[in-house]
Design a protein around this ligand. Structure first.
Ligand code: GSH
Length: 209
């Protein structure tokens, strides 16, 4: 079993943190995105969408999409649960995971892909107004998270879950852009400090995120 993707860069970070939380050791194989290693026919045979991460199982099955990979490990290694427990618990975690992915991460990603100079190698036709259109959406998503975190230790409730893991990566993206966490989002700041200090997160991206 192996995971295609650089462990501390982009979406593979999410899988690496998930595995670290569960204490599972799986080797990561670096894929040089800036060298366009993922755009070869050989790589597309693993994932036709030409993205990392991809989980390769020993029987030759390839599984891409971060949440699908996490779902596989949740099933074969249920403890500690990171995708909720029971019908309501699982649904609540999935609801928050998707809210974070579609409202926060997507908005941050669009700003990044359409404004950062160094990503032009992978996004040659940057659309500046699309980046600007998404900037306020990042702030709106942070405010949505703040309201939830004001009454909850973690994003989906009292336990650390895949929803928290999904939210970590967009903060790395914001650090590359000129987007600061608004001062009034104090609950998000408290949450961010706590998750960065988790051994799983620190081992993958370092304590400063
Ligand atoms: N929906 C995918 C997104 C994966 C993704 O966006 N991967 C990026 C790296 S962070 C990628 O491979 N980008 C290649 C490119 O932009 O050409 C997932 O959840 O795994």
């Amino acid at each position: 079993m192996k995971i295609w993707g650089t462990k501390n860069l982009g979406n593979p970070v999410r899988v690496a943190i998930f595995l670290a939380e569960k204490g599972i050791d799986v080797p990561f194989v670096d894929v040089d995105l800036f060298g366009k290693a993922h755009l070869t026919d050989e790589y597309r045979a693993k994932n036709p969408v030409a993205q990392v991460p991809v989980l390769e199982l020993d029987d030759g099955t390839f599984i891409s999409e971060t949440v699908a990979i996490c779902r596989y490990f949740e099933r074969i290694h249920p403890e500690p649960p990171l995708m909720g427990v029971g019908p309501v618990g699982e649904a609540v975690v999935e609801m928050w995971q998707r809210r974070i992915e579609f409202q926060f991460y997507d908005a941050a990603r669009h700003v990044f892909r359409h404004s950062a100079e160094f990503i032009r190698v992978l996004e040659p036709e940057q659309i500046a107004p699309w980046a600007e259109h998404n900037r306020p959406k990042v702030i709106a998503a942070l405010e949505m998270m703040d309201a939830q975190l004001a009454g909850n230790r973690f994003i989906a409730g009292p336990d650390f879950t895949v929803a928290d893991i999904t939210a970590i990566l967009p903060f790395q993206i914001l650090a590359l852009l000129d987007i600061k966490l608004p001062d009034h989002c104090r609950a998000v700041a408290r949450w961010h400090e706590e998750v960065l200090a988790r051994p799983s997160v620190a081992s993958v991206i370092g304590e400063r995120g």
